[in-house]
Design a protein around this ligand. Structure first.
Ligand SMILES: NC(=O)CC[C@H](N)C(=O)O
Length: 347
């Protein structure tokens, strides 16, 4: 044992002297805005602040410790409140991540994002990034100006996970509040608290403990390099809307969607994605007009089962916003309901 330690130490010294310092992983931070880049007039203000105020360089400068984990570079993709995120921006983001990860000298990317719609963008990248290199989203619930702002530690942990070789091949991850989640299973489940994110079904992939990622699992759902989707040369994503199922939900909403020639509808049904009689009428009209319909659930948990009674494709365990992302991505490829149903069970 003693000789092994001496041998390893000698090897380290010899390799450092002969080959120079061990190179740190090269991580690019792509910033899109959100509370992590948010600012308020006072350090106790944690609501009603402005999201997307600080630049990516300001976020990096606030955490000099990043430089001991990775060789860091920053790029500003947008600086917005994620409630205003668009399919054009997420498409541009996916294409940029694909370009960066195709470079041999880049080991991973971290994306900062507003929490409100992070789960949608992260899942889109989980479907469309053609690489095994780590892609890690992070965010914050408290603005950068607040006492105990969570952004700096979240950014440090996200970079730590992105720089770790164990993170390869796990699909797009979300690192917030010490937890490592798959983009496929994570959602925002609280309006304002620090622990706003929750993973459904699968649970978490791991946690970051004392600055070290501790992985516990991998996801079975297909993602990134093994997903069949390719948006690298796409200029516009199909339009998919979400209609909510509730008591007295009106049919005229479906007529508006048909008149506006949307490509798809995700129905956020009650319970097991069940369709009310009024919506059934609207959905059948939409299907007759060539619109693809997916049934999801407004419950926020569980699997929507395939149905012989209700029309449309079952969303599996994808919530309505994630089901919309998969349908937008899949419609580039096919409009065949059987194949689309297979995708919803696969991704
Ligand atoms: N905590 C947050 O990031 C929410 C702020 C803002 N609504 C956004 O999503 O960008």
């Amino acid at each position: 044992m003693k000789y092994k330690v001496i041998f390893m130490a000698t090897l380290f010294i010899v390799s450092t002297v002969c080959f120079g310092e061990t190179k740190l992983p090269h991580i690019v931070i792509l910033a899109t805005g959100g509370t992590i880049a948010g600012a308020a007039p006072s350090n106790t203000q944690t609501t009603d602040y402005k999201a997307g105020e600080l630049s990516v360089q300001a976020l990096i400068n606030a955490v000099p410790e990043l430089n001991s984990i990775a060789q860091i570079e920053g790029e500003q993709i947008a600086n917005i409140d994620s409630k205003n995120m668009t399919s054009d921006i997420i498409l541009a983001l996916s294409q940029r991540v694909n370009q960066l990860l195709a470079q041999d000298d880049i080991d991973g990317v971290v994306i900062t994002h507003g929490t409100d719609t992070l789960e949608e963008t992260a899942y889109f990248l989980n479907l469309t990034v053609k690489s095994d290199k780590p892609v890690v989203f992070t965010a914050a619930m408290r603005p950068a100006t607040a006492i105990s702002a969570d952004g700096p530690m979240n950014l440090l942990e996200a970079v730590t996970v992105a720089a770790d070789p164990q993170s390869q091949g796990r699909g797009v991850m979300v690192v917030i509040n010490d937890r490592i989640a798959s983009a496929r299973f994570i959602s925002k489940t609280n309006t304002t608290t620090l622990d706003a994110f929750r993973a459904t079904e699968q649970g978490y992939l791991g946690v970051v403990v004392g600055g070290t990622p501790k992985f516990a699992s991998k996801i079975d759902k297909i993602h990134t390099k093994n997903a069949i989707f390719d948006v690298r040369d796409i200029t516009r994503l199909p339009e998919v809307v979400i209609l909510y199922g509730y008591q007295d939900d009106p049919v005229y909403l479906y007529q508006a969607v048909i008149a506006n020639k949307a490509d798809g509808i995700v129905y956020a049904g009650s319970g097991d994605g069940s369709v009310s009689d009024r919506s059934l009428y609207g959905i059948n009209q939409a299907i007759d007009a060539g619109i693809v319909v997916v049934r999801s659930s407004r419950t926020g948990n569980g699997i929507v089962s395939d149905s012989l009674i209700d029309p449309g494709i079952a969303s599996d365990s994808l919530n309505p916003v994630k089901a919309r992302i998969l349908l937008m991505t899949a419609l580039i490829q096919t409009r065949d309901p059987a194949l689309l149903q297979q995708y919803f069970h696969t991704y």
